[in-house]
Design a protein around this ligand. Structure first.
Ligand code: NCD
Length: 308
């Protein structure tokens, strides 16, 4: 498997075989971390975050540090030369002289793709606007693989802000490539999954999709319930957000008749869409999911740097 020098902008940049190789190494990295502690010594990761982040940036940084590498970058574009009007293409041209691999999060859709056109080192999309979030999808898929054994024949509910939520855009696109997957899309009418994505997965992979506004309609029949936050920062006005912010609130009572082996997932951060009382339920796996994000990012970077 040679992924050396590749960029990861869209989840489709990796074949199913390549995804599998990333997951297999991630599983070994979790089992035997000591084997990998010097894998990236001398390597530098640049984290260019033009939008807030906790998990994505810190899990990338933790991943690189756990492999013996170093990190540099900014977590707030206001403290960098972006403030002076520097373009992303100039920033990346300079940065690739300072680092061996870069992860970029940007509010504008397509910005990491643009940066990759100017970069001599691998660029990873850490989330671009309401578009895609491929490394969250790697995290989600590793979670499913670890906890379900395989990614196959699963009924998956995606719930919440399916319009602006980039995690669910990348997730449905990628899960559709696996055998026997079907989807329930649960959202208010204003926050439905964009048609271009639904049409793409339906035409390309022939997957079954049902749409509903009511979580209760499907909550007892799904293998995975993937909750998402209403993406406040993507709304054009506060009023529209306030109308929709309490659309779905998962409580212990709502899952009392759900499958005992259902996985409740969430990319985090959570606002109010999952009540804290659900955290103790053995089906709630979102904190485990966040932890798997480190191993999958270690494995991804090792692949793109060509050090394994
Ligand atoms: C997500 C994101 O940034 O899109 N967070 C993350 O990376 N885990 C989800 C979100 O912000 O709602």
């Amino acid at each position: 498997m040679n992924l050396k020098g590749k960029h990861l902008i869209d989840p489709n940049d990796l074949t199913l075989e390549e995804l599998d190789s990333v997951f297999t190494l991630a599983q070994d990295m979790e089992k035997e971390p000591a084997k990998y502690e010097n894998l990236c010594s001398g390597k530098i990761l640049a984290t260019l975050f033009y939008e807030p982040s906790t998990r994505t940036r810190l899990s990338f940084e933790s991943a690189m540090l756990r492999m013996g590498g170093n990190i540099l970058g900014f977590a707030d574009a206001n403290t960098s030369s972006v403030r002076k009007g520097e373009s992303i293409s100039d920033t990346i041209r300079v940065l690739d002289g300072y680092s061996d691999i870069a992860v970029i999060r940007h509010p504008r859709e397509g910005a990491p793709k643009l940066a990759s056109n100017f970069s001599a080192v691998p660029v990873i999309n850490g989330g671009d606007g309401g578009h895609q979030h491929p490394t969250q999808t790697l995290t989600d898929l590793l979670t499913i693989k670890n906890l379900k054994g395989e990614i196959k024949n699963l009924r998956v509910a995606l719930c919440g802000d399916l319009k602006y939520g980039r995690t669910v855009h990348s997730l449905i696109k990628t899960l559709s490539r696996y055998e026997g997957m079907s989807f329930c899309l649960i959202s208010p009418p204003q926050l439905k999954m964009p048609s271009y994505i639904k049409e793409y997965v339906a035409n390309e992979y022939n997957v079954e999709i049902v749409e509903t506004e009511n979580l209760e309609d499907v909550i007892n029949e799904v293998d995975i319930l993937y909750m998402t936050r209403i993406q406040k920062e993507r709304f054009f006005n506060e009023e529209d957000y306030l109308k929709l912010k309490n659309s779905y609130i998962l409580t212990r009572d709502k899952i009392k008749d759900s499958r005992s082996d259902m996985l409740i997932m969430h990319p985090l951060p959570r606002v109010n869409e999952i009540d804290y009382s659900v955290d103790d339920d053995q089906r709630a796996v979102y904190f485990k999911q966040a932890k798997y994000g480190v191993y999958v990012r270690m494995s991804l970077m090792a692949h793109l740097l060509g050090v394994i």
